[in-house]
Design a protein around this ligand. Structure first.
Ligand SMILES: [Zn+2]
Length: 185
């Protein structure tokens, strides 16, 4: 370890690792962000916090996160909180404190509606790993927030997903109007 790496640096990295692992961020993601702590040690910290090892399942992929049209509404909310909270350009950098804030706020708001394990519901991100890859996706240009001049809301676009890059608020409103039948109960 280099001499310039001070005790305070180490303490700061460990505290951040603790914050991320407490929210069950996969050690692979933590390691990519915090270079100074070994994968082995990260797994040990995860174990110390949760009394079990990290999940071995597939890492979430941005384009498969939106499960339904309603998911886009939740995703837009999450991404908006992230973008508003962030003090950096989220299209070029990852803002970890903003991800932590946005996820904690989102999770607190929808806590009883989010199944954090598969099968997931329409409330996405379903867990902190999804929140993390969404923020990464924003930086990589895989996902973006756009402004809809028609309803004057932001909406999210997932460029590699199968869903058309249109405002889902307006799509949902149109779908509801079109399915309206005056005589049905
Ligand atoms: Zn719209």
């Amino acid at each position: 370890m280099s001499a310039w790496y001070t005790y305070e640096d180490r303490l700061r990295d460990h505290y951040l690792a603790y914050q991320l692992l407490k929210r069950k961020l996969r050690p692979t993601f933590v390691k990519a962000h915090i270079k100074t702590i070994s994968q082995h040690e990260l797994k040990a910290i995860h174990y110390a916090i949760h009394l079990h090892g990290p999940s071995n399942g597939q890492l979430p992929v941005v384009k498969t996160i939106p499960a339904s049209r309603e998911s886009f509404l939740y995703l837009t909310l999450f991404l908006s909180i992230y973008q508003i909270t962030s003090k950096v350009d989220t299209q070029s950098q990852l803002d970890v404190p903003a991800i932590l804030f946005a996820w904690d706020y989102f999770h607190r708001t929808f806590e009883h509606l989010i199944p954090e394990e598969r099968p997931y519901g329409k409330v996405r991100p379903a867990n902190f790993n999804e929140a993390w890859v969404l923020a990464q996706g924003m930086r990589k240009g895989q996902v973006a927030l756009k402004y809809c001049p028609r309803c004057r809301h932001n909406y999210s676009v997932f460029y590699e997903s199968k869903v058309r890059p249109v405002c889902q608020f307006c799509e949902l409103a149109d779908a509801n109007v079109n399915s309206f039948r005056p005589n049905t109960p």
